[in-house]
Design a protein around this ligand. Structure first.
Ligand SMILES: [Zn+2]
Ligand SMILES: [Zn+2]
Length: 155
């Protein structure tokens, strides 16, 4: 896979670029992700902040409260509503969790970790070689110590 890779929203108003491969690609089967995606699960590609940039348009942000003191920044195209990336806990988070279905080339994406399998739809088949969690571990290797303990870092 060569980088940069580009992606964007459904209407084309917002475009972005990633210049490095994801730290990880995961699927989340939590009910929030089911609602947000309107489907059975959501995927995320964790991209270091320095390797992500918006190249066209201006995404807007919806702040979803994930605990009394924390929010998940959910960035989307204001024209077509396509969700583009999430920032758990706000700007201090060192990665951008992009919605990888918005990449122009999605053929290389394969989630290696599955979160919240206890709420996965019964027909979803998770590959045997995938790492699976019934819910979500307290700490994740791609989240540095300073921002650990945030709820819902997977979605
Ligand atoms: Zn759009
Ligand atoms: Zn989720």
């Amino acid at each position: 896979m060569n980088f940069p890779q580009s992606g964007g929203c459904q209407c084309g108003a917002v475009r972005y670029e990633i210049t490095a491969p994801p730290v990880t690609v995961y699927a989340c089967h939590c009910t929030e992700c089911q609602t947000q995606s309107g489907t059975a699960f959501a995927m995320a590609a964790v991209i270091p902040q320095a390797s992500f940039r918006v190249t066209q348009g201006t995404p807007q942000m919806f702040a979803r409260k994930t605990s009394p003191t924390k929010v998940m920044e959910c960035w989307f195209c204001p024209a077509c509503g396509t969700r583009l990336y999430h920032v758990p806990g706000g700007a201090a988070y060192p990665n951008r969790n992009i919605k990888p279905g918005t990449l122009d080339d999605t053929s290389w994406l394969k989630p290696t970790t599955h979160f919240w399998t206890r709420s996965a739809q019964t027909w979803v088949v998770i590959p045997d070689d995938a790492v699976r969690y019934e819910t979500q571990p307290e700490t994740l290797p791609w989240v540095p110590t300073t921002s650990r303990g945030l709820p819902s870092v997977a979605n």
